[in-house]
Design a protein around this ligand. Structure first.
Ligand code: ADP
Ligand code: MG
Length: 509
């Protein structure tokens, strides 16, 4: 039987503000010592009052502007009531009917809303030798460092058609949050968390009975041909892009099997078990009224006209999809090459700066030079940064010096082997490649006279490969060039060497 999958995502992201959502405790996701960044407000002591973090509100507004959502004039906070040890007030301050952003589109998926709330504390459970002590029973400890951290929640419409689209959406959202600088959005660190709502429905118009029944009931209520969605399951505890994919694929298959077996999918919350690669039933889904939402009495409604929306709009950087389109057009790169740069905003910036160095020298880099630029940036330069655990900001290699190095390579003044050596020295000294060449004598040997002298010696010493080459074996030439290169410690110009050997062996090309 054919089923049509329907997926909607709910994504939470911790905002990178200096302080927490409603108090001035530090918002530091890297703090490992428990209960260091806490105060009476984020630990929910009675008699304390929340104060809204302006920068968190502005972060959400900027996300809303980037996705083209509607910004209401007035927004407000609401209490979402429930008890759990990680929520000390027994309610979470969140937003219900007046979120900061309505609508918008990202990666072709319509957004329902983007709102602001506070993160919960973190629970740690242990028994036996846990927590460095002999425990007689299972113990749970609460770390409030994360309690009250500003949390963005973004909800999509059920527009997503398969697991691949869901992953692509989550990746593009992560990239957007990073470009905007509002969140590091690392899924493995829990800075970005995805919940997937998944349902299937039989394809209307197909021959199966379910489908006919559906069509009949749609018709009865005047919804001919309208897709009515199947019962959804919400999958939580998804901590990587791979898990987004795995959880959705698993759930689609599980639900199809339930329907095939004559059963009904029940609306519930399931958790993704990454070890066993299955979803596990957790609880029957609660609905909004279970939370007894009501307006937060300790916070006045937010009057958004008091924010400088123009300034916020101007503060938006070039967005990932804008940069992607421009790079494709402006630099004539392939989609893969473009993506390799777009995924890291600093790498893209470095590329552009190096590219414009060529222009400063009154020439436009040709396609070979652009390829060299990308390849050396993606492999050698990135490799060095990773090796030294340094960032683009504290790298000693300037785009200008990097462009100089690419020119040296493309003009065959240095071999790719010396280019790698020079790049390493550039990263250590901050010098330009010309200075390094002069002091180190790494310049490529391109002088045909010098190379001919050496080639004659090699021809005399290796009669067999010489004879092979004369019989038409091209490989034999590579062998001879290789010998010369070895003597030159890799500094010979391979093109000139080839030419010299061919001349010597009477086969000019
Ligand atoms: P709830 O009140 O249960 O949280 P919502 O209507 O707020 O449900 O939707 C939550 C998420 O589930 C949204 O991303 C929405 O697009 C998605 N969703 C709603 N109905 C379905 C469905 N039938 N199948 C898949 N996803 C759905
Ligand atoms: Mg929900």
């Amino acid at each position: 039987m054919l089923y049509i999958p329907t997926i909607g995502l709910e994504v939470h992201a911790e905002l990178k503000t200096r302080t927490k959502m409603f108090c001035d405790s530090l918002n530091d996701s890297l703090e490992r010592r428990p209960n260091v960044n806490i105060c009476p407000i984020c630990t929910g002591h009675p008699g304390t009052l929340p104060v809204v973090n302006r920068s968190a509100v502005e972060s959400i507004i900027r996300v809303g502007m980037a996705v083209g959502g509607d910004l209401p004039m007035v927004s407000k906070f609401d209490r979402k009531n429930y008890f759990y040890p990680d929520i000390p007030k027994a309610y979470q301050i969140s937003q219900y009917d007046l979120p900061l952003v309505f609508g918008g589109v990202l990666n072709g998926v319509r957004l329902t809303r983007v709102h602001l709330e506070e993160d919960t504390a973190r629970l740690q459970h242990a028994d036996g030798d846990g927590f460095g002590a002999k425990l007689e029973r299972r113990v749970s400890l609460v770390d409030f460092n994360r309690a009250g951290v500003p949390l963005m929640e973004l909800v999509t419409e059920p527009d997503i058609k398969n697991a691949d689209e869901a992953v692509a959406f989550a990746k593009e959202l992560q990239l957007l949050l990073r470009y905007l600088g509002v969140s590091d959005a690392d899924m493995e660190k829990g800075q970005m968390r995805v919940e997937a709502n998944v349902s299937i429905r039989p394809e209307v118009g197909s021959k199966n009975e379910d489908s006919k029944l559906l069509e009949k009931s749609f018709a009865a209520i005047g919804l001919e041909g309208k897709p009515v969605l199947g019962t959804k399951v919400e999958v939580k505890n998804i901590n990587s892009f791979k898990a987004v994919y795995g959880a959705i694929q698993y759930e689609l298959k599980r639900q199809a099997e339930v329907l095939e077996g004559g059963g009904k999918v029940i609306q519930e919350t399931r958790g993704w078990d990454d070890v066993n690669q299955v979803t596990v039933g957790q609880r029957i889904k609660e609905s909004a009224h279970d939370y007894r939402y009501f307006p937060e009495p300790d916070l006045p409604p937010l009057d958004l006209s008091r924010l400088d929306l123009k300034a916020l709009k101007i503060s938006l950087p070039e967005l990932p999809w804008e940069k992607r389109a421009r790079f494709l057009k402006e630099f004539g790169l392939s989609a893969t090459e473009t993506e390799s740069l777009i995924q890291d905003r600093r790498a893209a910036q470095f590329f552009e700066e190096a590219f414009s160095e060529f222009k400063l020298e009154h020439r436009t880099p040709g396609s070979r030079e652009i390829k060299l630029l990308i390849n050396y940036l993606n492999t050698d330069l990135r490799g060095l940064l990773t090796e030294k655990a340094s960032s683009w900001d504290d790298s000693k290699i300037s785009p200008e010096h990097f462009a100089d190095l690419i020119v040296l390579i493309s003009e065959n003044k240095i071999t790719s082997r010396s280019a790698k050596d020079i790049l390493r020295r550039m990263s250590e000294s901050g010098l330009d490649p010309y200075a390094i060449l002069q002091t180190e004598g790494l310049e490529q040997v391109s002088d045909a006279e010098v190379l001919r002298g050496m080639a004659m010696g090699i021809v005399a010493a290796h009669p067999q490969p010489v004879a092979d080459f004369k019989k038409g074996k091209e490989n034999a030439l590579q062998f001879l060039v290789g010998k010369a290169m070895a003597e030159l410690k890799g500094k010979g110009n391979p093109a000139v060497l080839q030419k010299v050997f061919r001349e010597l062996l009477g086969q000019e090309k």
